[in-house]
Design a protein around this ligand. Structure first.
Ligand code: NAD
Ligand code: ZN
Length: 243
């Protein structure tokens, strides 16, 4: 049996399928990933900008980078991988979508049962008070808080910060229920998300990995599908429909 058929077999048997997605699923929508050559912005390394220290040191620089990404993302459309997951949710087949992405493309694609573990690039929060809001267009400069005048920051989880507790609670409930997880386009280097598939596996669930390369998760995956998410997901979907 080839790997695609193996995945279809696992998916058909699954009672509670969940997914974990990362920056790779949005690559074919032209959203740059952080790692590799696409990760470079001017002379900076993206991973050095997504930290609280970077914001404290130079909020203007960090906002410029977020504004650049917001501009870029506003021009991006969901690709067939996002659309397939939205369809699977609508069919009742995919129960929950856990994403590390902040680009909002899953929502644009039509998914609703989304757990954004790293926040969303369009959400903002105050660095001093409890104010939170949503941007409708890319930020300019450092936006001030309308409540207290302090600096607003993107409501995303930066390296070194903990994940939103309420979202994490829901993630853990879903992992408890899951008997299969399809992991798409994540390098599995960022914790704790990288351990979600391991938790599913430990309780006897199946792990399917879709990635253009191998990762640290590949050895524990029941099936590793090597290729582009936007190509493989529609292929799986097609095979699922053939009885
Ligand atoms: P990553 O950049 O570390 O890894 C991306 C993975 O996707 C790699 O393993 C790569 O081989 C794979 N990949 C690339 N193109 C692919 C394709 N077409 N199909 C399938 N796989 C493909 O991404 P990560 O693991 O999500 O970690 C990055 C962190 O940065 C996350 O915390 C995330 O919040 C953030 N981030 C988000 C976005 C976004 O919202 N789109 C973009 C960049 C970074
Ligand atoms: Zn405030």
């Amino acid at each position: 049996m080839n790997r695609l058929s193996q995945s279809v077999e696992i998916l058909r048997k699954a009672n509670h399928l969940i997914t974990l997605t990362g920056a790779g699923i949005s690559k074919e929508s032209n959203v740059p990933t952080f790692r590799g050559k696409d990760g470079m912005w001017r002379q900076y390394n993206a991973m050095d900008l997504a930290t609280p220290q970077a914001f404290n040191k130079n909020p203007t620089l960090v906002w410029e980078w977020y504004s650049w990404r917001q501009n870029l993302i506003s021009k991006c459309q969901p690709n067939p991988a996002h659309l397939t997951l939205a369809k699977w949710e609508e069919q009742g087949f995919l129960k929950t979508l856990i994403t590390q992405n902040v680009d909002g493309l899953h929502r644009t694609a039509g998914s609703t049962k989304i757990l954004e573990v790293h926040g969303n690039i369009w959400m903002i929060k105050c660095t001093e008070c409890a104010y939170k809001s949503q941007l409708t267009s890319p930020a300019t400069g450092i936006p001030p808080c309308p409540e207290c005048g302090a600096q607003l920051r993107p409501d995303v989880v930066w390296f070194g910060e903990s994940l939103p507790q309420q979202v994490m609670g829901q993630v853990l409930k879903e992992i408890e229920l899951a008997d299969a997880i399809i992991v798409i386009g994540t390098s599995a280097l960022v914790q704790p998300s990288a351990s979600f598939p391991l938790l599913v596996k430990q309780k006897g669930g199946h792990v399917i990995e879709v990635n253009v390369e191998t990762t640290s998760l590949t050895p524990i995956a029941n099936v590793h599908l090597q290729g582009k998410a936007g190509v493989l997901l529609p292929q799986i979907d097609q095979l699922l429909r053939i009885k």
